[in-house]
Design a protein around this ligand. Structure first.
Ligand SMILES: *Cc1c(COP(=O)(O)O)cnc(C)c1O
Length: 400
């Protein structure tokens, strides 16, 4: 018997359903480097939605380091780290990162996503409990899903709710073997900062581990951009796993963790997303080392980032927009309806400002927004031009 049903028919059907609901990604093309004035889909725009906070993605020192590493170490590493792909340049990067983070040791993964999806299920599994902020990044959610641990979610940054969850676990029999609390440091949709000091205190009271995803805090918060642990002046006994990425403020790519030597030895022996994947090309490791050099020696980048953040947030509010809970260079410009956010983004693009709308289901139905992200390399002129575009588009659409 022949079954002439096309087993792939769902591909087009499900894609078409997304298109109909306008939930499909329409990919923009960046022509040339990621800079504050760049070309997107053939149009010259001011970039307001990249995570390249410090402008390092196209920094001459990073580019030169990458070129030199290709010459000295080749284009690829040839293997996974545990077999033949563990190069001196990878070790040097981890040494430099641990020093920068003021930790005993650091470990570099392919990406932040692979840290969260690969390490979290090893830190907590059968008989354990993972407690997660409801607005945590999708990569944490995937890590939690890969674990066999029991799960609990607390209301966004709500310490009473976290405490309630922890108190309830005390009554459980048998009690969880291990408890892991996970949170984003800076939340990527709202730009608010998790109360990691209070989380660490509650964790200590209940014997729990703390895992902080500092993807948007590194290069941004704390002494010289050292991140959220430094921001709250916490120690290594408060936050046990500090996770981050080289793909945002550091301007390159790659995930990493910092903490105790025991953590690093455990993580590299247990995380399948570390063991089973080829190591970074030498150029990546070299460019990341150059980024750390810049953070250690050129404090002006982090200072400029905050100068721009304070200015833009003050001015966009003066124009009449609401910036929600933003405390960081992630500045959501709240709009409300999804359709309005899309119209505003389209008008901004027409007037040479690139900032994407964030709409349902990424945020609640009536909470659509344009998410702007500041960059140290933006000039006052860039910001004023962008603010002017927001003002005229906002007025034209009766949003302000
Ligand atoms: C971007 C991001 C990640 C993923 O990092 P990559 O290195 O780009 O994979 C993880 N967590 C948060 C909060 C992020 O914003």
């Amino acid at each position: 018997m022949v079954n002439d049903r096309d087993p792939t028919a769902f591909l087009l059907e499900e894609y078409n359903a997304l298109v109909k609901k306008e939930l499909d990604w329409k990919l923009r093309v960046l022509q040339g480097p990621s800079t504050t004035r760049c070309v997107v889909d053939g149009k010259k725009v001011i970039m307001l939605c990249s995570n390249n906070y410090l402008g390092l993605a196209n920094h001459p020192k990073l580019k030169e380091a990458a070129v030199q590493a290709v010459k000295s170490h080749g284009a690829g590493s040839g293997s996974v780290r545990p077999i033949a792909g563990n190069m001196d340049i990878h070790i040097e990067l981890e040494r430099r990162l641990a020093k920068f983070k003021k930790c005993a040791a650091s470990l570099v993964f392919q990406s932040g996503y692979s840290v969260n999806s690969g390490l979290i299920p090893q830190l907590a599994d059968v008989g354990d409990l993972i407690i997660s902020d409801e607005l945590n990044h999708g990569s944490i959610i995937d890590g939690v899903r890969l674990s066999h641990a029991q799960r609990a979610v607390y209301k966004h940054c709500d310490m009473d709710d976290l405490e309630k969850v922890l108190d309830e676990t005390e009554k459980q029999s048998p009690a969880p073997r291990r408890i892991l609390i996970t949170t984003d440091g800076v939340f990527s949709m709202d730009g608010d900062i998790a109360p990691v000091d209070k989380i660490a205190k509650l964790a200590k009271d209940h014997g729990a581990m703390v895992f902080v995803d500092d993807a948007h805090g590194e290069g941004v918060l704390g002494d010289g951009g050292r991140g959220i642990v430094s921001h709250f002046k916490l120690g290594r006994n408060d936050v046990h796993v500090e996770m981050g990425t080289f793909s945002k403020a550091f301007g390159v790519v790659g995930g990493h963790i910092s903490g105790s030597r025991a953590l690093i030895n455990f993580a590299l022996n247990r995380s399948r997303t570390w063991l089973l994947t080829g190591s970074h090309p030498p150029a990546v490791a070299a460019a990341c080392i150059a980024a750390i050099d810049i953070l250690e020696n050129e404090p002006e980048h982090v200072q400029n980032l905050w100068k721009n953040t304070d200015y833009f947030r003050k001015e966009i509010r003066r124009i009449g927009f609401d910036t929600g809970k933003s405390q960081t260079p992630i500045i959501p410009v709240m709009v409300g309806k999804s359709a309005d956010a899309k119209r505003l983004s389209a008008r901004l693009f027409e007037s040479g400002v690139f900032a994407l709308p964030i709409v349902h289901p990424m945020v609640a139905e009536n909470q659509a927004r344009i998410r702007t992200i500041m960059n140290a390399a933006l000039t006052r002129e860039d910001l004023d031009e962008a603010l002017g575009a927001f003002e005229s588009a906002g007025k034209a659409l009766s949003l302000i």
